[in-house]
Design a binder for this molecule. Sequence first.
Ligand code: ADP
Ligand code: ZN
Length: 210
Amino acid sequence: MVNIVLIGKQGSGKGTQAKLLANKFNLKHINTGAFFRKHIADKTPLGIIAEKHIRKGELVPDKYVFQLIEESIEPHIKGLVFDGFPRTYEQAIYIVKRYEIDQIIFLDLPVEIARERITSRVECHLCGKTYSLLTAPPIKDGICDNCGSVVGSRADDKPEAIDKRLSEFVEKTNILIDFFDKDGIVTTINANDVVDNVNEKVSKIVGDLI
Ligand code: ADP
Ligand code: ZN
């Protein structure tokens, strides 16, 4: 059992890396943002509440995040990759009470580059595959390579919401690095590099734990 947490600004590539890690090491990918988007699409009570916050680029209040986590995580044999959780001090306390965290991987990226990456990001509305209009666009304009569905901007990838999310990170999530660093379990990786290079580094870290 190995439990990994990826922390990084929006645009740092933590979703991409989490997915790669989960496939490679057969871990369960816990992506709270995607879980909320599924609730929003299904118009559940939790989705209706989350949508109001997400649209504005705010964090969803902790109690709803805990509700989401409780219903999403079943016991999983090989372990978990947390992507987008924890994001607040209270969430960090919550996770250490319930899970043995083996490693925090901090994907470090300057804020200007994060902003540039999110601005050029598009996502498939059906399967969730993400593309970068700058570096890795879909083969056919506006059409998902994976499933043929429509590709477009995420509702919260608008300029005002992007700035709000980046400042939420600085105000609320950055402190978690020091919080976990006390236990000596944080490794910082430069996320300002191509996907394969970042993947090589994070895979090495996780491979050594297994
Ligand atoms: P990003 O990291 O680019 O913001 P995500 O898909 O991870 O994208 O999250 C989208 C939104 O979902 C966040 O802006 C936030 O409103 C909400 N969210 C996701 N995870 C959490 C969390 N752990 N705590 C609070 N809100 C969250
Ligand atoms: Zn698709």
